[in-house]
Design a binder for this molecule. Structure first.
Ligand SMILES: [Zn+2]
Length: 68
């Protein structure tokens, strides 16, 4: 019938995955710290830019080596 301690489930606002509403889930209503940061916009601004820029620099170097 009804099981005691059955956790309430909510949906993570970022990735829409079910999240158990428990004291252990410190990032609720998000499923993880990453989803929480994505929602706040911090992850997009700080981490998404850096890999794209370094990739472009590497491509330029490869072209120089080809012409020499
Ligand atoms: Zn999530």
């Amino acid at each position: 019938m009804s099981s005691p301690g059955n956790p309430i489930n909510v949906k993570c606002p970022t990735c829409k995955r079910p999240v158990a509403w428990t004291p252990e889930q410190v990032f609720k209503p998000f499923c993880s710290e990453r989803c929480k940061l994505i929602d706040l916009g911090e992850w997009v601004m700080e981490e998404k830019r850096i890999p794209g820029e370094s990739l472009e620099l590497e491509n330029d170097r490869d072209e120089d080596a080809f012409f020499q």
